[in-house]
Design a protein around this ligand. Structure first.
Ligand code: ADP
Ligand code: MG
Length: 672
């Protein structure tokens, strides 16, 4: 190490005290170079606390104690683990601290030494202790109370304090060599310090104001990188040049006449926009958002008709097999009526059947291909793919979605979603997409009444269901869990199914069961029996949450509804009220979810519900970002830094070259 002049791209092992093991730990959270360490932003800053003088030690929070060392002992464990336990006489009471895998701590102090400790307190089975606190000695004292320090999100196995120290060292080593890549006017526009200043102030904050400015400058880096990537993708799409699909007013009329109904005013408006999009050489990048039941599928069908008329092919992509089958079955008659070839390709279509579909796809004989992401697997070649439709796109993870979008490069792209997209996400993850919204669904729908049924009233459910089925209506009975043999606890679909099968009040109408473990073929056959009305009562898990469309189903019972989220309950409820008859959604569940239930009872407006859900659970969930591994904190911050986001967007839109350079200089991206 000696003799080597560290550079920003140098390895983290150049920091004193970092060996291969620690370097690996840092690398596991994306910290590979000294520069990475410099650019890491503390999540917040706190003041060094005043001394805690009265015993005992609290069991949480940042705590500082001083006193003389009573004992210090190193315990070695199996697998290279070690723990130093330090006991301190803090002035008539005792405080304990543990240091994991820092054996050298033992040699830093001896019994009788006067020292200070400051760190996070936590409770253990043997009482509270400080976990890996900083040690201050007479020669090397801790900063005074009130001095600021950053808190760091450290990888598992490393304390925030240690990471803070590492970052500080990295800044001392190479901070001065990191240059500001942004032009001055841009910094001025955002009221931001330059990068070297920001790096210094982030890791050794002198004031809260200076830290906040530094944090914002550093936060701009991934925003710029992401916007640069979006700009590049947009430019790529434009260069790629899609095939324009022209829809004359004559054709327009003809296409619409293929639907069994008149478009609603909202659908008409959206259709106009889609026709304009399709007619451009620049491939369409459009999100169609609209609550459950607003009629998005009809627009997907019209777009497909138009593209096929123009000689192109359509990939109709959905997140689940159930939904793929549903769409295929629903649209097949419309396609057959005008002789458009179609097929269904899911993971379970294999062997000769699959080969045949692939052949017909390659020749263009299959013009509309329905399926799950299996339709973008290797070996699936289209003759002329002009339109990719992704339904219920919120169900796909962010990474998956962007991979799918890349497959359809140059093709028009229509994403459909029942979940409104918050502004920050519209500007980031969806930064290159435009949105059109269906607010009102088709008329002639019956009311949907939502009730919370509890206590003795639950006993009246089954007789009442029998009456509804007597009148020719159909019932969904939703259970949150599949359950298994002998699992009799409430909420298990298997158990509920066998109970209902044995119940003479309802079993005469036919009872069926679907859930994720029923083999797909069997499942679609059972769903079909329900759709045809051969079966009155369908017991299901949430597999039916999206897309399933049976207009004569008027009742949904949701058992253990308290186990499901607001948005999910709303989606489920969207399965009823699809015909002209009055419908009911009966929520059965614990009072813990009363707030959620009353929200559902009050409104059927999915946007309102989604907003509420957003407020409760944060944005990550809604956008499917959490599954994709992005942290919530990052998204909350995004909300806070909306102005920075807009700044980054503006920079990248006006100057793609600068954007590209920046993206290169800026390092890792925030999201795919
Ligand atoms: P979603 O937006 O949830 O995907 P769908 O496209 O499944 O909604 O439509 C819900 C139901 O409304 C379907 O039964 C569909 O046939 C019907 N529908 C759609 N548009 C119209 C319309 N303009 N007039 C009458 N019914 C319609
Ligand atoms: Mg739909």
């Amino acid at each position: 190490m000696s003799g080597q002049i560290p550079t920003p791209k140098g390895s983290t092992t150049l920091v004193e005290g970092i060996g291969p093991a620690k370097a690996r730990l840092l690398s596991s959270v994306g910290l590979d170079t000294l520069e990475d360490l410099c650019l890491l932003t503390p999540t917040s800053i706190v003041e060094w606390p005043a001394q805690h003088t009265e015993g005992p030690l609290p069991s949480t929070g940042l705590v500082r104690v001083s006193g003389s060392v009573l004992a210090v002992k190193l315990v070695r464990m199996r697998g290279k683990q070690s723990r130093v336990v330090l006991r301190l006489d803090a002035g008539g009471w005792e405080a304990q601290a543990s240091f994991w895998n820092q054996p050298w701590v033992r040699d830093r102090c001896a019994v009788g030494d006067q020292i200070e400790l400051c760190g996070e307190a936590r409770s253990t089975s043997k009482g509270p202790e400080l976990l890996g606190p900083k040690i201050g000695t007479e020669r090397d004292p801790l900063p005074a109370p009130g001095v600021l320090m950053g808190t760091y999100l450290a990888p598992k196995g490393m304390s925030g304090h240690v990471l803070a120290g590492i970052c500080k060292q990295a800044v001392r080593l190479v901070g001065g060599q990191i240059k500001e890549p942004l032009p001055e006017n841009l910094l001025a526009a955002g009221d931001l310090p330059d990068l070297p200043t920001a790096i210094q102030a982030a890791h050794e904050p002198r004031s809260r104001v200076a830290f906040e400015a530094a944090r914002r400058r550093l936060a701009l880096i991934p925003l710029l990188a992401l916007q640069a990537q979006l700009a590049a993708r947009r430019a790529g799409a434009e260069e790629g040049g899609g095939r324009p699909v022209q829809v004359s007013s004559e054709l327009d009329r003809e296409l619409r006449s293929r639907l069994p109904f008149q478009l609603t005013p909202d659908q008409q408006q959206a259709w106009k926009i889609l026709v304009r999009d399709l007619g451009r050489r620049t491939p369409m990048r459009r999100i169609l958002q609209g609550d459950v039941g607003t009629g998005k599928t009809a627009l997907a069908a019209l777009c497909s008709f138009a593209v096929v008329e123009g000689g192109g092919q359509v990939a109709f992509l959905v997140p689940t097999e159930v939904l793929a089958e549903q769409h295929h079955m629903g649209l097949a008659p419309l396609l057959d009526a005008v002789g458009i070839g179609h097929a269904l390709l899911t993971g379970r279509v294999r062997g000769e059947e699959r080969q045949q579909i692939l052949r017909r796809l390659a020749t263009g004989e299959v013009a509309v291909l329905f399926g799950t992401h299996a339709i973008f697997q290797k070996g699936v070649e289209f003759d002329c793919l002009d339109l990719v439709i992704i339904d219920e796109q919120q169900r796909f993870g962010v990474g998956q979605r962007s991979a799918l979008m890349d497959k359809g490069k140059g093709a028009h792209l229509l994403l459909m979603t029942a979940t409104p997209i918050p502004r920050t996400l519209a500007l980031t993850v969806y930064g290159d997409l435009e949105v059109v919204t269906l607010r009102k669904g088709p008329p002639g729908r019956g009311e949907v009444h939502t009730r919370w049924v509890r206590g003795a009233k639950t006993r009246s459910i089954i007789p009442w269901l029998a009456k509804r089925m007597e009148a020719g209506e159909q019932i969904y009975w939703v259970c949150p869990r599949i359950g298994s043999d002998g699992d009799d606890a409430p909420g298990a679909a298997e158990a509920r199914f066998s109970k209902l099968c044995d119940d003479e009040r309802v079993n005469g109408f036919g009872v069926e069961l679907v859930h994720g473990k029923v083999p797909a073929e069997e499942r679609s056959w059972r769903l079909e029996r329900f759709r045809r009305g051969d079966v009155g009562l369908l017991v299901a898990t949430t597999v039916i949450e999206v897309g399933v469309d049976v207009p004569s189903a008027t009742v949904m019972v949701i058992e253990q509804a308290d186990r499901l989220g607001l948005a999910q309950l709303h989606q489920l409820r969207g399965r009823v009220g699809r015909g002209p008859l009055e419908s009911w959604c009966l929520l059965v569940g614990a009072a813990a979810a009363e707030e959620r239930f009353s929200m559902l009872i009050q409104t059927r407006d999915g946007f309102e519900i989604a907003e509420e859900d957003l407020r409760r659970r944060g944005m990550g969930d809604l956008a499917g970002l959490r599954q994709a591994g992005n942290n919530q904190e990052g998204l909350d911050q995004l909300e806070r830094d909306l102005d920075l986001l807009l700044l980054a967007r503006e920079v990248c839109q006006t100057d793609l070259h600068l954007a590209r350079d920046l993206a290169m200089a800026c390092g890792p991206l925030l999201a795919p």
